[in-house]
Design a protein around this ligand. Sequence first.
Ligand SMILES: C[S@@+](CC[C@H](N)C(=O)[O-])C[C@H]1O[C@@H](n2cnc3c(N)ncnc32)[C@H](O)[C@@H]1O
Length: 262
Amino acid sequence: MENQHVNPCTIEKCDIFDFMAKYVGLSVLHPGGFPATKKLAQACGIDREKKVLDIACGKGTSAIFLAKEYGCQVEGVDISGDLIDEAKVFARQKGVAERVSFQVGDALNLAYSDNEFDVAVSQAMLILVSDKNKAIQEAKRVVKPGGYAGWLELSWKKQPPKEFMDAVSNEICAYCMTNVLTYEDWENLFRDSGFSQIEITRSSMNMSGVRGMIRDEGFGNVIKVMSKYLFNSRVRMRMKNLNVFMNSNSEYFGYGIYTARK
Ligand SMILES: C[S@@+](CC[C@H](N)C(=O)[O-])C[C@H]1O[C@@H](n2cnc3c(N)ncnc32)[C@H](O)[C@@H]1O
């Protein structure tokens, strides 16, 4: 209860990712959904021969998607033990437990040897950590020479003014949004990190419609999400507010796919 006082997670005030996961029930929590994950995978050269690390894998939906789509071996790591437990169950349900494994771990101090993976990917994680550079260096360390690291991150299309950031903190998220960078600042961060090749794809943010949700979440989960939307007026109101806020500020909201070669 004391914690809630410091960082209240109510339907109205929860950070956007917590709201989407806990109250809406979504499991794919990065902008662009699986089509964006596919672009990230292609830019990193993922195929069935590759050993891939998904850093901050959440409930494991992208790790499982990569294993099914490309036939690769995937290890998922996340700081949340509860999410990792769900990911393990999910991998068994989807019949990929042979090729996908999960463990609890910190992106800032990965429990893997140097040069262990062909590719390391991470989606919607850097905006949540205090030391982005350390997280980037950890991804670089565990990737083989010549291998790829790739990130998918929320990005400002242009530097937002203070009033906008205040509104964002109120509407969306107290912490993670203040940690978002402009496309140029992300690019500089990756360029300064010692990789040899940096490629960037910029995209606009769209809230995925029902069809996009079915593609990413599966029909069963969409039914659960839709019933929360229909029968919980507070969830419905917050989702509408978020939609309106993001659509009316589309000049700022974007996301980038950033890939780099070791
Ligand atoms: C917005 S969610 C994204 C989850 C998933 N990558 C996706 O795209 O659906 C961010 C995830 O980062 C995880 N996370 C935050 N800080 C972390 C850290 N230091 N190390 C590992 N995972 C972390 C959270 O537990 C959460 O699962």
